[in-house]
Design a protein around this ligand. Structure first.
Ligand code: SAM
Length: 288
C-alpha cells in the first residue's frame, strides 16, 4: 500500500480518457444554474511537472498528452478534445506543455462560485502536496480536502445538499480489495443518491477482478434502475508488455450528450495515441 504515486502516470493515455470524460460531465451539469457538488474520491497530488520528478522517469506523457498535442497541431480534432487540450494548456504559461493538471486542478478551475469540490487523498505524502497545491488556488475556499478513506466516507456525503452531484472514482487498484470496496461504495452511494452522476475509472487488465468490473457495475446500475455508459480506449495490444495498454470509464447516469461527444472524439484518440494495430475503442450504453 502507498507505493502508488500518480505523478508516474500524469498525462498518460489513461489520464486523457478520464479527464476528457470528466470535463464533459462537469460542463453538462453546469448548464443548469443550480449549485453542483463534485467529489473526487481519489485525488492524488493535484498537479504535476512533466519535466522533472516521477513523471520524467516514466515518460508516460510521451505516449499520451505530448502525442495528442502534436497530433492536434497538424490535424483537426473534435470540439471535446480541443476543449480538453485547452484545459491542460491553461496551466502552462509557455507553448510547451511542462505541467499536467490532475483531476483536482481541472475540476477546481471549472468551479463556478456556487459549486463545491470535495477531495479525498490517503497517501501521507500526496495529501501534503495536494493541500499545498490547492492552497495556491483562488478557488481554494470552495474546496474541502479530506485525508480519509473515501470508500468508507463517500456514503456520508450523499446526497449532497445541492442534490446535484458528480462523483469521480479513480482508485489506483493497488490494493486488490479496491475492486470489492468499489462495489460496496457504489451500492451504498446509489441507495442514498440514485440520481447522482458517477464516473468510475478502471484499468483494462486480464486479471479477473479488473476484467469483470464493468459487468459488476452494470449489475449494480440495473439493480437501481439506472442508465450507464461504458467507454474504453486501447492504445496497443502488445501481449508481453507490462505497461497499461487500455483503460475505461464506467458512468452511471450519464448525460445524454456524452455518447455523441465520445463517438466524435474516440476515433481521433485512437489515431493520435494508437501504437499498433490493436489500438481501438469500446463505446456502449444502456438507457432505462
Ligand atoms: N484522480 C487523480 C487524477 O486524475 O489526477 C489521480 C488519482 S490516483 C489514480 C489514486 C490516488 O488515490 C492515489 O494518490 C492514492 O494515494 C489515493 N488513494 C488510494 N486509496 C484511497 C482511498 N481509499 N481513499 C482516498 N484516496 C485513496
Amino acid at each position: 500500500m502507498f507505493s502508488y504515486r500518480h505523478a508516474f502516470h500524469a498525462g498518460s493515455h489513461a489520464d486523457i480518457l478520464k479527464h476528457l470524460v470528466m470535463i464533459h460531465l462537469v460542463e453538462y451539469l453546469q448548464e443548469k444554474p443550480g449549485a453542483l457538488t463534485i467529489v473526487d474520491t481519489h485525488a492524488g497530488a493535484g498537479i504535476y511537472s512533466l519535466i522533472d520528478g516521477f513523471a520524467a522517469v516514466s515518460n508516460e506523457a510521451d505516449q499520451g498528452i505530448y502525442r495528442l498535442a502534436k497530433f492536434s497541431e497538424i490535424n483537426s480534432v473534435s470540439p471535446g478534445i480541443a476543449n480538453y487540450l485547452e484545459c491542460i494548456r491553461a496551466e502552462n504559461i509557455a507553448e510547451e506543455i511542462a505541467i499536467y493538471p490532475g483531476s483536482p486542478f481541472i475540476l477546481a478551475r471549472l468551479l463556478r462560485s456556487q459549486d463545491r469540490l470535495k477531495l479525498f487523498e490517503l497517501h501521507p505524502k500526496e495529501i501534503d502536496i495536494l493541500r499545498h497545491n490547492i492552497g495556491e488556488l483562488k478557488q481554494s475556499k470552495q474546496i474541502d480536502i479530506y485525508a480519509e478513506d473515501s470508500f468508507a466516507r463517500l456514503k456520508g456525503l450523499m446526497p449532497p445538499p445541492s442534490r446535484r452531484g458528480l462523483v469521480l472514482i479513480d482508485p489506483s487498484y493497488e490494493d486488490k480489495q479496491d475492486y470489492r470496496y468499489l462495489e460496496t461504495t457504489m451500492e451504498e452511494a446509489l441507495q442514498r443518491f440514485a440520481t447522482g452522476c458517477y464516473a468510475i475509472w478502471y484499468p483494462c487488465l486480464s486479471r479477473r477482478e479488473s476484467a469483470s468490473l464493468p459487468d459488476h457495475m452494470k449489475k449494480i446500475a440495473a439493480t437501481h434502475n439506472r442508465s450507464w455508459l461504458q467507454v474504453e480506449l486501447r492504445v496497443e495490444n502488445a501481449p508481453k508488455e507490462r505497461r497499461l495498454q487500455a483503460s475505461g470509464m464506467f458512468i452511471i447516469n450519464p448525460p445524454w450528450t456524452l455518447e455523441k461527444q465520445l463517438a466524435e472524439s474516440l476515433p481521433t484518440l485512437v489515431k493520435a495515441l494508437g501504437q499498433d494495430r490493436g489500438a481501438g475503442f469500446v463505446l456502449k450504453s444502456f438507457e432505462v
